[in-house]
Design a protein around this ligand. Structure first.
Ligand SMILES: [Fe+2]
Length: 164
């Protein structure tokens, strides 16, 4: 497994390395879970309006908000403070960290709205405006995929290049 230096972590070198390995593993798992959820949401969007799997809609509705909030809290307590520190060490602005945090807030609100829509879809098996719901679903999972890609391609490598 590649090494990652979470510079915001306290403690001696050995305990910091153990934490870094765990953080990396959890972030990778979290991203995989988020992408799995995006795949499910895409399947729902593709199923509109005539091939709706009501059980799947209910299952996603139960999982969506807790998963999104849990991943965000973990990132905000480990990944983003470390990234912030890296940017500070390099004399770069905090713009991208603030943008990631803002996206988390927006996405949690969005996840709440989607949960309500999915519950209705799961309960009724139909929706008044399938085009609007499809647009809403695609807006959410496409934004999630971009967010995860940014964290994978920019945040994790940046942190990994800096010595603790
Ligand atoms: Fe994030």
């Amino acid at each position: 497994m590649k090494s990652i230096q979470i510079t915001a972590l306290a403690g001696d070198e050995a305990s910091r390395r153990r934490c870094q390995t765990s953080v990396l593993a959890i972030v990778e798992l979290a991203h995989a879970q988020m992408l799995r959820l995006c795949g499910l949401l895409e399947e729902v969007a593709d199923s509109l309006p005539a091939s709706i799997d009501r059980r799947k809609c209910m299952m996603i509705a139960c999982e969506l908000e807790p998963l999104v909030r849990g991943i965000h809290r973990f990132e905000e307590e480990t990944l983003l403070p470390a990234y912030e520190r890296v940017l500070e060490q390099r004399g770069r602005g905090r713009g991208s960290v603030e943008r990631l945090r803002a996206e988390h807030i927006e996405d949690e609100c969005f996840a709440g709205e989607l949960t309500e829509a999915l519950l209705v879809l799961g309960r009724d098996g139909s929706v008044d405006n399938p085009e609007a719901l499809g647009f809403m679903l695609r807006g959410f999972f496409e934004a999630q995929r971009r967010h995860v890609a940014f964290e994978r391609e920019h945040v994790l490598p940046e942190i990994g290049c800096v010595e603790a």
